[in-house]
Design a protein around this ligand. Structure first.
Ligand code: SF4
Length: 59
């Protein structure tokens, strides 16, 4: 699982089409059943290393 830093994201939506499980939403559009992931994402982004170079895509 990858996390998006809500302080760094500029809401350009360029990444949305590349998510293989359609898990990227603007914060206001997160479906009700996934609302808890907003806080989880914000917490986990502070605990995981940033990806700073191109990597082999996840499957
Ligand atoms: S590509 Fe995705 S994570 Fe990066 S700024 Fe745009 S919307 Fe945010």
């Amino acid at each position: 699982m990858l996390y998006i830093d809500p302080e760094e994201c500029i809401d350009c939506y360029a990444c949305q089409a590349d998510c293989p499980v359609d898990a990227i939403f603007f914060e206001d559009d997160v479906p009700e059943q996934w609302q808890s992931f907003i806080q989880l994402n914000a917490e986990m982004v502070t605990q995981t290393p940033a990806i700073t170079e191109k990597k082999t895509p996840l499957k």
